[in-house]
Design a protein around this ligand. Sequence first.
Ligand code: MG
Length: 268
Amino acid sequence: MTSPPRGLLLDMDGVLYHGDHPLPGAREFLDATARLPRVFVTNNPIRPPAEVAAKLRSLGLGEIPEKAILTSGVAAARWLAARNPGFRFFAVGADGLHRELVRFGVEDAETADFVVVGEGPGLDYETLTHGLRLLLNGARLISTNPDATVDAVREGEHWVLPGGGALVAPFEVGSGQRAITIGKPEPLLYEMALELVGLPAAECIMIGDRPDTDIAGAQRVGMASALVRTGRFAPGHAWPGRLPPPEWDVQDLHELLAQWRRRWPDLF
Ligand SMILES: [Mg+2]
């Protein structure tokens, strides 16, 4: 990428913060890029945008408008609404996912046309049984995000929690259906984010901490990308051979901003 970016897509967890701690250079980077249209994209469907914005504010990361935050839950709801206005669904996932879906659709466990499985609590034997019944009767399976696992902080300790991919797997196995996946690295979340910034992929840069989702997804839609090694992928880890490397591979946002300032001194 030789010309400067006109818009940015940013992952949040592992890029801007981890648990309740802002990551190095996050505030400085957000301030320096505030003139560009930006969309904050996350595979995590648990928190609605208002709560994400409140979290960013509480961490001292500034005022990010709710409409600039695209979660896989919001994207799933909008995607379904665009194709099936008033869609009927059965959701398995956290409260935030249910709340986002009912803004556009009707939650109806008996007549649902879609079984939407999202990351977070909600899966048990009964919900799996009910979801399978719907799927075997013709409902379509939708997955908010394909992550096998996700990182979390619980009482100050690092935990690995099941991701959306681990939670949708029993529905896929039981029904024989392959879920339609909304989140990264599938193109849908990127395409919706690009609509929000109003720019083509070639004029934007995606910034993320995971090669398998953030970077792989950007490459699939033809977008340049930057890996910050403040999340899942630590400094010193060798780049996975199956993926082309991203355009930038840096320790943190502080280093990324320094590199961009050298390259495009007029912009940042
Ligand atoms: Mg992340």
